[in-house]
Design a protein around this ligand. Structure first.
Ligand SMILES: [Zn+2]
Length: 147
């Protein structure tokens, strides 16, 4: 729940920033009066300056949304913190012996592990989130030797 709430908050924040940027662009580059008064046309697509500025604005919007989603991909599904400690698992050289190469990220609070495949044989492989039951209890049992 925290994960999706954080994503929603980031999207709303990003949309707020983009709306503010659009207001600044409209303030700096008002619509030419000949388009509004005589033709009742939208200057985007008819005026080169407006078309270029709004194309760049569109690219900035797409970049901000892509940044938000790429940041969210590497967050813990439980606490929404950034995942840490990337570890390369598997091997390119001995794939049959050690498994397919992938990178594992772990939550610093032990909530789970994200497995990101490096090898895409049959199209885009989905990333896999594995939630830990109680990693600290398991470590305590290993340390005390009760396991
Ligand atoms: Zn976590």
């Amino acid at each position: 729940m925290k994960y999706w709430g954080y994503l929603l908050a980031k999207l709303l924040g990003g949309l707020g920033v983009l709306a503010g940027l659009r207001a600044i662009v409209r303030w700096l580059l008002p619509e030419p009066q000949e388009y509004v008064t005589y033709n009742n046309l939208n200057p985007i697509g008819h005026d080169l300056t407006h078309t270029i500025v709004y194309f760049v604005y569109f690219l900035v919007c797409a970049g901000v949304i892509a940044l938000i989603f790429s940041d969210q991909k590497y967050r813990c599904r439980t606490c929404a913190r950034k995942l840490r400690m990337p570890v390369l698992r598997g091997s390119w050289d001995s794939m049959l012996l050690l498994g397919r190469p992938h990178i594992e990220y772990i939550c610093p609070y032990g909530h789970g592990t994200l497995k990101v495949p490096e090898l895409q044989i049959t199209g885009k492989e989905p990333i896999a989130w594995a939630e830990h039951q109680d990693i600290w209890k398991e470590l305590e049992l290993l340390h005390t030797g009760k396991r």
